[in-house]
Structure formats: C-alpha cells, structure tokens
Design a protein around this ligand. Structure first.
Ligand code: UD1
Length: 388
C-alpha cells in the first residue's frame, strides 16, 4: 500500500459535491481536514456519502515530485505511513454556498493550506447560451479564489481546460500551442489559466492550472454533463444515441481517477506557476465512442446524427510529456476498461462504486498506450497527426 501524499492539511475543495470534486474529496478526506464549498446546483450531497471508504488513492508522489514540505507543517509525503492509517473520520465539512459569494468563500477558506478549485459551469453549450452567467462562475469566482488564497497563503490547484486551445494547429497539442478558444467557456478557462500563472509571478502565490481534456467516470450526470454519460444513459434505455455532427470529431477521454491523481501531483510539485495538460495522449472519435458504449451496455440503440454543436472543437488530443516530466504523472486507466467499469458500477445506482477500473500499470507512457489502443480496435481510429 502506498503512502498518502497529502496529509494533516486543511484543504478546501470548491465544487467538492460535483463530479471531479467529490472524487478528490474521497481521496483526501481520510487523511486531511477537508472542507467543501458547493451550492449543489449540479453536484449533490449523495456524492459525498462514500468518502469514508476512499476508492481513489491519494498516493505518494514519484521521485519527479517535489513533495509538499515547502508549504510547511504536516508529514513528509515519502514516509507518511501506510495509507490504511487514516486519522480523520473521512467526512468533509460542508459549506453550502455559492462560489461567487465572497463571504461564503472567505468562511470556507479561513486557515486553509491548500485549495483545489473545481467549481465551474462545465457545459460549453451553456456558456454559448449564457456567456455572462458562465463568466461569473468560471472567471469572476476564480479571481475571488485566487485573492482568498493570497490572504491565506495557500497553494491553489485550478481546473483549467483543453478548451483553451480551440482548434489546434497540430496534434497532440502541447501547453505551448496557440490558444484560440472557440467558446465563452474556453475564453473563461484561458483567462483563469493565465491569472493563475500571473498570480504566481506577481505575488509569489503557488498556483498550478490543470488543463483537463475530456474527463469521465462515475457521478458524471445530468443533461449537460459530458458525452460519455449521455451516451450511456441513451444506450441503457435503448433510446437513439445522438451524435452531434458527423461523429468524426475526436476527444482525449481521461478517467476521473487519473484526474484526481494529477491534482494530487499538482498539489505536491515544486514546479508551480505552470499549466499542465491532463489527458491520456490518445484520441477517440465520437462515432467510435458511440459504438463502444453501445457494445459495453449490450444495447440495441440506433446511432443517429443531429446538427453539429456551435462552438464545438473538431479534434483534441493531449501532449502529456510536460505533466509526465514535471509532475511524474501518467494515466493508468484506458478508455475501454474505464467504460466497462463505468457500465458495471453505475448499473444499479449512479456512482456508488466499489470496484475501480482495471489500471494499465503505472508508468505507462504514451507510446505504450498507443500500442494498446491498436489492440483495442473499438476505441480508436488510426492516429492522424494533423487536423482534418
Ligand atoms: C468537455 C467538458 C469541458 C472540458 C472539455 C475539455 C463536459 C460537459 N464538458 O467539453 O468541461 O473542459 O471537455 O476538452 O464535460 N456530443 C455528441 N452527442 C451528445 C453530447 C456530445 O455528439 O449527446 C459531442 C459534442 O458535440 C462534442 C463531443 O461529443 O463534439 C464532446 O462533447 P462534451 O462531452 O459535451 O465535451 P466538450 O464539449 O468536449
């Protein structure tokens, strides 16, 4: 069993009742004093009910990580003891409040060492419908978080997005690629991402922005929640699986357990003031995804097409070399295994999982993943290095 990388800290997870936030809370709560700030508009308290038996590990960093000693106090990540040695009751303190409310944020952040800023309106489509409303949550509130972190002298790990790149000139897309977002959501995440880096430069605040590619996993639900959960619901009810556009658009789907691990790395690295891609380095077309989900469910749903989505990006695939080099981060869960476990886990009750997906083995590089992808023809088309 590995050692927890973060322990005996006071940690705030904004959006901790949501999809990614609740998995993060689950990993941290047995070893830390965790607070959740959430208005439960899209997240839920049910998402926080299983944190006494963490599914994902808050495991120790690799040698590429800098540890968390620089923040002062607490134990060393490398010799922190056994992960079974949980000293907290695993229940986060819940602050029911809106991230845009400075008073609620101030209360939630008082005395924290570390903030994981996950609260956001994640729907690209909704940001197109209501740009100012999504800007308030995704950008204005992020500035409040950064300012509050300065007050508390706390490290901040922020959820940025692959949406900052817009239509990439070439794939895989690296952190130095041109950023030309195609939606208000992408613009907001780009501004957040740049503020995070500038706050490090200007005020010496330890910040890390994680550019999530397409995260999926248990507890992702609701009408705007992401294509895998939508397809899964449609396949389960034998309803038509609705592809927007021709289905040739591609995404890099990353399992939530890997996203959690990237956050833990970001919270313990010395390489702050940076943005990192969080993806697998593989990509899958939406059409292949529809077939993969339908097969995994054993459904007879027809696959239908409707209008493409305004502001949609065409292709996306992460260059993961910087995260690998600086954070020691490698993904462990392949798409096919992730989807199969999702189907099994959510069969009876959304997100109440006891069996995490089979991991591919630690330290697996991008090349190995591509090789495996070829052995799993359902998941992928041959790689194309440029946009079509
Ligand atoms: C997603 C995330 C966003 C994240 C970004 C990073 C969600 C809701 N959005 O945006 O927060 O920052 O990835 O890349 O998780 N599609 C269909 N049929 C459907 C639903 C979607 O064909 O019923 C298509 C969409 O047109 C799109 C693709 O699937 O081409 C992915 O859509 P979606 O899951 O909403 O994610 P992104 O827009 O990529």
């Amino acid at each position: 069993m590995t050692s927890p990388a973060i322990r005996d800290r006071t940690v705030l997870v904004t959006g901790g009742g949501g999809f990614i936030g609740s998995h993060l809370v689950e990993a941290l709560a047995p070893y830390n004093d965790v607070r959740v700030l959430d208005n439960f508009s899209t997240g839920s308290r049910d998402n926080l009910s299983s944190v006494t038996s963490p599914q994902w590990t808050n495991d120790a960093p690799t040698s590429a990580d800098g540890g968390f000693d620089d923040a002062g106090g607490g134990g060393d990540a490398g010799d922190a003891g056994d992960a079974g040695d949980a000293r907290y009751d695993g229940s986060p303190t819940i602050i029911d409040g809106d991230i845009t409310d400075p008073m609620a944020l101030q209360r939630a952040a008082r005395g924290v060492d570390l903030i994981f800023h996950q609260a956001a309106l994640v729907s690209v489509a909704k940001s197109v419908d209501a740009p100012r409303r999504s800007n308030e949550t995704n950008l204005d509130a992020s500035l409040l978080v950064l300012d509050q972190a300065r007050q508390e002298d706390a490290r901040v790990v922020l959820a940025s997005s692959a949406a900052v790149y817009g239509h990439p000139d070439e794939l895989p897309v690296s952190e130095t690629a041109r950023t030309e977002p195609t939606s208000p959501y992408g613009i907001q995440k780009l501004a957040l991402d740049q503020y995070a880096r500038r706050y490090h430069e200007l005020y010496d605040l330890p910040t890390v922005a994680l550019r999530y590619f397409n995260a999926y996993g248990p507890r992702q639900q609701g009408p705007y929640s992401g294509v895998i959960s939508t397809f899964l619901e449609q396949a389960r009810s034998d309803d038509p699986i609705t592809i927007e556009g021709d289905g040739e658009q591609t995404r890099d789907f990353v399992h939530v357990s890997d996203v959690v691990r990237a956050n833990i790395r970001a919270a313990t690295t010395d390489a702050v003031g940076e943005a990192y891609n969080v993806g697998t380095g593989d990509r899958t077309s939406i059409r292949d995804l529809a077939e993969l989900v339908r097969d995994a469910v054993g459904s007879s749903s027809p696959i239908v097409h409707r209008e493409p989505r305004p502001g949609d990006i065409r292709h996306s695939r992460a260059d993961v070399s910087k995260a690998s080099r600086e954070l020691g981060f490698e993904t462990r869960v392949g798409l096919e295994s992730g989807i199969r476990s999702l189907v099994a886990e959510t069969g009876s009750e959304q997100g109440r999982s006891t069996s995490p997906p089979q991991e591919q083995g630690q330290g697996q590089g991008q090349g190995q993943q591509q090789q495996q992808q070829q052995q799993q023809p359902l998941t992928a088309r041959p790689e194309r290095q440029s946009q079509d």
